[in-house]
Design a protein around this ligand. Sequence first.
Ligand SMILES: [Zn+2]
Length: 234
Amino acid sequence: MTTSDTTTTGDEVAVNGRPLDEVRTSVLEAAKHMYERGLVEGTAGNVSGRVDDGTVVVTPSSLGYEEMALADLVQVDLDGHVVSGERSPTSEKIVHLAAYAAYPEVGGVVHCHARYASMYAVAHQAIPAAIDEFIVYIGGDVPCCSYHPSGSDELGPEVAKNLAERSAALMANHGLVAIGKSVDDALHSALVVEHNAQIFWGAKLLGEVVALPEKDQKNFTNVYRYIRDYTWMP
Ligand SMILES: [Zn+2]
């Protein structure tokens, strides 16, 4: 080993991961909860969580959530290679892995096709932060990424870029991606975005929508940044 190799090893970035069994249980529970809450239809959507060894547990491809069991989950490395599991990992794993690779503090990722959020994704419109608490959870308006087809090499980096200051981003003409300090937290982000999207959509039908005062938006954004920087890592 050369001197530079030693230096590199010492500089390894710590990541937010939890014990394998804990992650597997929370991924399965969140996947079933996502389905029960109507954030996806059929086998669409996917859930993942980061393990403390740097690998990621993801839901499998093309399997119904009601029948999904712990044995169906797949463990992959950040390059997408299967470490353990019998099934194929979700084909949308590149979006999850790009978020983990970009942000060491991320412990969980949820991708779903929630109805109201997806309407904004189809319209290529950001979802405005309509409710004050929303910014504390999500960081601000939910941006809409540029369109790239599912499975394309460009999709992962595009989504990851939009998650730098936010816990959620819209995939144009597709759906929603949400991140969190844990799998549960990522699911909570997805539910909060869908709730906010439905309220904003309805409020616009009532007439003029009143934005939050800029000063308060700024304060809430600072709170979000503080929470993400200082409380997400275990
Ligand atoms: Zn999808």
